[in-house]
Structures are given as structure tokens and as C-alpha cells.
Design a binder for this molecule. Structure first.
Ligand SMILES: O=C(O)CCC(=O)C(=O)O
Ligand SMILES: [Fe+2]
Length: 331
């Protein structure tokens, strides 16, 4: 069967008529990887990132700095509030994503990766297909996806961006990259004893930013399947927002899966430490191992932004490799 036929796309995507029935065999996880009946709630810190930025960072950020350090060194995941991304923009991004996934398959397929054949093979941009196709031989994730390169801006394949969210995805990215480059990465660099621009420099030159919109339909057997299997992100950081805060995200710590709770503020954003940061920090900061479980009642939509450095910039920082202490380092 040709990769770009509707038939194959439909086979690869989550069956729309599964609710109320059994799940197809291809989605059933091996017993050892299935969700546990009970997961404790992870004590994920909520950090007022505004207190760690700009003028205020010197005098009022001590408690927030301690929380950030603890999150980076243990869970590899935390929530941020007071982050400068407008609630209006977050709400618009959520509605636009939800609206896209509700369209009929033929409409979504107009943005399919298959439209241009293998032209964008490197990053599998567009709706559906390739990421799932790679999993032909393993268990499939219970998810519908859209994957787009957002930065560098001149590499955007705008014909794969639904017009309904072009403007809002751009605005969301601009506000969020200001959070990442001006507040978050400088605060992380200071904890390692480096200048504010240490991580930001890693992202310059050929900085790559990707957006992955994920829609997890409700599932008749959440005990058998996963929305996304266990993984770490190959990023410096990943920023995630979840529509209506429907739960489902879990993090692994000491071999136990924990539920990530809903944030106290519906417009809080979740930050994941990625593999690159773990490597650059010589393991002092931990990449979060996470997965998504499904839900029998609720569907769930999330938007993840992946901040990836240019490949030549990825190497452990000399100062850390040579044994200087994370805690002892000071600016
Ligand atoms: O949907 C989520 O909550 C997480 C998605 C995720 O981990 C990913 O896209 O890498
Ligand atoms: Fe992830």
C-alpha cells in the first residue's frame, strides 16, 4: 500500500469508532508496560518565574531558586506561572488545536506529511503518518498528532500549517521563546554557575524549535494502552500546555510512575528538562522520563514546544566535566 493513501493514514491513526468497543490489537501494550491501577501524585513544584527574571531576580528569588534547583536535580519537570505568555494566547492556541483535531480525517490529511512524499523526511513534519508509521512493528500510541518546525522561521513549511492557527502559533511561539531565552534558560545557567546566556548561546546559530500538537481521544480500555510511551525529550527544554488541564501525564522516578497534577493556575506551563540539558550539565540536571496515559471519559489535547540546539553545540560544559561542583559554583 502506498504511504500516502487515505487508507493507510486511517490505519495508522487512532480508530475514531473505538469508544464503547475493544481497542485494536496493535495498541495493546506488553503487560509490563501497561499503566498501573494507582499512581501517586508527583510533588511537582510551581515556580513564579517572574521572580527569577529581570530586575527582581537579585532580591526576591531565593525561595523560587531553591525550588527550581530541586526540580532540575530530581524530577526534571516543573510548572511555571507569571511567565509572560498571555492567557489570551494560551486559550487561543488550545482552541485552535482542539478545533483542528475535530475535523474529519480528509480535512486533516490536507496537512499530511505524505503530501510531499519524502521531501521533509528529516523531521517528519505535518499531520499524522510517519512517526506512527515508524512504530509499525511495535505497539502504537493512542494519539493523533501534528508536528511542525517553528524555528528558524525561514524553514517553516507553511503549507503544512492550517491557516486557522498560523497566526496564533506564531504569537504563542514569540511570547514563549521570550520566556525560554530571557527567563528560564538564564535562571538555569545561573544555577550551574554560568553567565545568563550560557544555554541561550547553545540555541543560537541553528536553533531549532518544533511544535507537536497531540490529541488523545478517550479510550475504552485505558488499562491496556498508552497515549505516548515512556521517553525523554531530545531537547534543552520542552514547554507544554494542556487544554483544560485534563490529566494523563506521568513521570518516572525511582522506578515508580507518578501522576503530574493539574496546575493551580490553568494558564501555568509545564517545563521538561531534556536530554541535552542533562548532558550539558553532566547529569546534574535530570531529563524527565515521562509518558501519557489515556482516559475513558475525557479526550485530551496538548501542545509541546521542543527547544533543540544546533547539533555542533552539544557537548558537556568543560567546567562541569572538569569537576567543578554544581552547588559550589557561583557567578
Ligand atoms: O501530551 C503530553 O502531555 C506530553 C507529550 C510528550 O511528551 C511529547 O510530545 O514529547
Ligand atoms: Fe515528551
Amino acid at each position: 500500500m502506498e504511504a500516502n493513501t487515505m487508507q493507510e493514514a486511517a490505519m495508522l491513526l487512532v480508530p475514531e469508532n473505538a469508544a464503547g468497543g475493544d481497542v485494536p490489537k496493535g495498541y495493546i501494550m506488553p503487560v509490563e508496560d501497561r499503566p498501573t491501577a494507582y499512581a501517586p501524585v508527583a510533588p511537582i513544584p510551581v515556580i513564579d518565574i517572574g521572580l527569577l527574571s529581570g530586575e527582581r531576580k537579585a532580591d526576591s528569588g531565593d525561595e523560587e531558586t531553591a525550588k527550581l534547583r530541586s526540580a532540575l536535580e530530581s524530577w526534571g519537570i516543573f510548572m511555571v506561572t507569571n511567565h509572560g505568555v498571555e492567557p489570551r494566547v494560551i486559550d487561543a492556541m488550545c482552541s485552535a488545536s482542539r478545533e483542528f483535531f475535530q475535523r474529519p480525517l480528509e480535512e486533516k490529511m490536507k496537512y499530511s506529511q505524505a503530501v510531499d512524499g519524502d521531501k521533509y523526511e528529516d523531521y517528519h513534519q505535518g499531520y499524522g503518518g510517519k512517526e506512527l508509521k515508524l512504530e509499525h512493528k511495535s505497539t502504537r500510541d493512542w494519539v493523533d498528532r501534528m508536528f511542525l518546525q517553528v524555528e528558524p522561521q525561514d524553514h517553516r513549511q507553511l503549507h503544512l500549517w492550517p491557516e486557522s492557527f498560523r497566526d496564533v502559533l506564531h504569537e504563542y511561539f514569540v511570547q514563549q521563546s521570550s520566556l525560554v531565552n530571557k527567563s528560564l534558560l538564564p535562571a538555569m545557567a545561573r544555577l550551574l554557575g554560568f553567565d545568563d546566556d550560557f544555554f541561550v548561546e547553545k540555541l543560537q546559530g541553528r536553533a531549532l524549535t518544533f511544535a507537536r500538537l497531540s490529541h488523545y481521544p478517550s479510550c475504552p480500555r485505558p488499562d491496556l494502552v498508552l497515549g505516548v510511551k515512556s521517553h525523554t525529550d531530545a531537547t534543552v527544554v520542552t514547554v507544554l500546555m494542556v487544554d483544560n488541564n485534563v490529566s494523563g501525564l506521568q513521570v518516572l522516578k525511582d522506578d515508580v510512575w507518578y501522576d503530574v497534577p493539574s496546575p493551580p493556575d490553568p494558564h501555568a506551563l509545564l517545563i521538561f528538562v531534556g536530554d541535552t540539558t542533562e548532558m550539558i550539565s553532566s547529569g546534574n540536571f535530570k531529563a524527565s522520563v515521562h509518558r501519557v496515559v489515556t482516559n475513558a471519559q475525557n479526550e485530551r489535547t496538548s501542545v509541546a514546544m521542543f527547544y533543540v540546539p544546533s547539533p555542533e553545540e552539544i557537548a558537556p560544559a568543560d567546567d562541569l566535566v572538569n569537576g567543578s561542583s554544581l552547588h559550589g559554583a557561583s557567578k
